[in-house]
Design a protein. Structure first.
Length: 547
């Protein structure tokens, strides 16, 4: 009994030590008062600052963020879910600096990535050894590190957290008759609320899995129905996000339709997969696959090895899918929304990490060989991540807490994919962001209050006015009399100059007009659907185990 307790204690010490070592090396660039200066960091810091402003204004869930474009607003929170960004947003509202809020957020994402990979691998193998292997490789993988420190691709490195749940979902679907559908639903919901392109890739992966194993579902129609039901529940849970997006896409045309980058220009050469450069997978993760050449399938390990092979094959396929081997040029019209084919490396990294972990669980059987393998994997991945981080040239920048009070800095919208096509110039938007112009070109005085614009109607002669809010469906203009009583709703369109809201007068105005983004009925309905689905899942989880 005493020996058993010592063994358990030693096991937990090893588990904790590996965790702290991996997190230390993965987070080492964060140990500074300055902010990592990745490609997209300006935009994501602006998102965080916008959430902070909304929280301080008592409006934490605004769909159109009021800090963007000098107050003209940008529907960042409508098109890009803020699932985990509320953490740094709250930190900012509490007075933590921009730099430290972002670094704490990144550190949290790294820890969650390690934890989710460990947990999901252990649900498959039931062993700590392989779970640590998977978590080490995933956390320190080259593309994951590049996503964080070179690209500052918040959507992608938050999606890393949820991919292991989807990979476990494949195992659960093929070998456990989807006994824990909640895990799969959580994975799909998490990825969708992190990065839409990654969600589409995951749908693609699941589609191939279902087609390849169609006989299973043909024989077991109940399983297929269970899969469909899980999908429907996931859609209901995330309805608050995707339904408003579809509504806006139906109502307006956005910059996304005219992509600023082409997939045929960003596909990779095959050799670049293995190089220590961005974008790339690096050689380390592929070297760790070598034991598969010497692993023999037996009756005992067949199920686990086949599942591991599915992941390894998928990882290699996604790696090659980012290269010239895939006909990107022919399919450009249909897949250009992906922008960068090397985004496939995200799913490739996840598949290979868990696939290698399962492979090592089968190949290394005794304690000494497992300890040696663990040390070797840790050493190889640390060396890979350190050389990867040293190669990064983005450096650091110290953002002051009033950085975004300078109007031009609030125009960091990268490619502006979700600006309406009527927005002809960001420079013009910034220039007119503090002006209301009437139909004859005269300027009309106004003031801002939180996310509202208030306009006095005294001596108003214009038939309409262009208000400095970028138009999205859901803006509302209301006229009030001198006592503050509502008179009527005014028509609002997106026909204003530079993509601004145009508010039409009726001649009944006498007090003031208030313009603000109030949302749409579709948005309100989507909240009820998601809340109802959440309640249904909670009740179902109390009756039977779904997680």
């Amino acid at each position: 009994m005493k020996i058993g307790k010592i063994h358990i204690k030693r096991s937990y010490i090893l588990l904790g030590s590996i965790f702290f070592v991996v997190i230390f090396f993965a987070c080492s660039p964060l140990m500074t008062k300055h902010c990592i200066n990745g490609h997209d960091v300006d935009y994501h810091l602006l998102r965080i600052e916008s959430l902070k402003e909304g929280i301080l204004a008592g409006k934490p869930f605004l769909k159109v963020n009021m800090l963007f474009l000098g107050g003209a607003g940008y529907a960042s929170s409508l098109f890009y879910p803020d699932l985990l960004l509320y953490f740094p947003g709250v930190l900012r509202a509490l007075g933590v600096s921009i730099n430290q809020s972002y670094h704490l957020f990144v550190a949290l994402c790294i820890i969650l990535c390690y934890a989710s990979t460990y947990i999901c691998t252990k649900m498959v193998t039931k062993k700590r050894f392989s779970s640590m292997i998977g978590a080490i490789i995933m956390t320190l993988s080259q593309y994951h590190i590049d996503d964080i420190y070179t690209r500052s691709a918040v959507g992608e490195f938050t999606a890393f957290i949820f991919l292991p749940f989807l990979l476990y979902g494949i195992y659960d679907l093929l070998y456990e008759e989807l006994s824990k559908p909640g895990i799969m639903a959580m994975g799909f919901a998490g990825v969708l609320l992190s990065h839409t392109n990654t969600f589409i890739m995951c749908i693609l992966l699941y589609g191939f899995i279902v087609l390849f194993h169609y006989k299973i579902f043909y024989k077991n129609k109940k399983l297929f129905l269970k899969l469909l039901l899980t999908g429907l529940i996931t859609l209901a849970l995330t309805c608050f996000y995707w339904l408003p997006v579809l509504e806006q896409l139906k109502d307006s045309t956005f910059g996304l339709s005219n992509s600023w980058v082409s997939v045929k220009d960003t596909m990779r050469e095959i050799s670049s997969i293995f190089e220590n450069q961005m974008p790339g997978m690096g050689i380390a993760i592929f070297l760790l696959c070598i034991p598969r050449l010497f692993t023999i399938k037996t009756k005992k390990n067949k199920k686990l090895l086949v599942y591991g092979d599915i992941l390894l094959f998928s990882g290699i396929a996604f790696s090659l899918g980012a290269t010239v081997l895939f006909p990107w040029e022919r399919l450009e019209r249909f897949v250009n929304f992906i922008q960068f084919p090397w985004r496939f490396y995200l799913l490739a990294s996840a598949c290979l990490s868990m696939g290698i972990a399962i492979l090592y669980e089968i190949y290394f059987q005794n304690r000494k060989s497992r300890e040696a393998a663990l040390i070797a994997v840790l050493g190889i991945m640390i060396f890979s991540s350190v050389t990867n981080i040293q190669r990064t040239e983005e450096g650091y920048y110290s953002y002051s807490d009033d950085y975004y009070s300078y109007k031009p800095f609030t125009a960091s919208v990268i490619g502006g994919e979700w600006l309406p096509e009527q927005v002809d110039s960001l420079e013009k938007v910034l220039e007119y962001s503090d002006k209301i112009v009437g139909d004859s070109g005269e300027e009309i005085s106004f003031y801002r209050k939180k996310n509202e614009i208030h306009v006095s109607c005294k001596n108003m002669e214009s038939s309409y006015m262009d208000v400095p809010f970028i138009y999205y469906k859901g803006y509302r203009a209301v006229s009030y009399d001198n006592e503050g009583e509502k008179i009527e709703d005014l028509k609002v369109s997106g026909e204003g100059r530079h993509g601004f809201c145009r508010v039409y007068f009726t001649g009944k105005e006498e007090g003031k007009v208030v313009i603000a983004y109030k949302g749409t009925w579709a948005q309100k309905i989507s909240y009820f659907i998601s809340a109802g689905a959440m309640g249904a899942v909670f009740m179902l989880s109390r009756k039977r185990r779904i997680f």
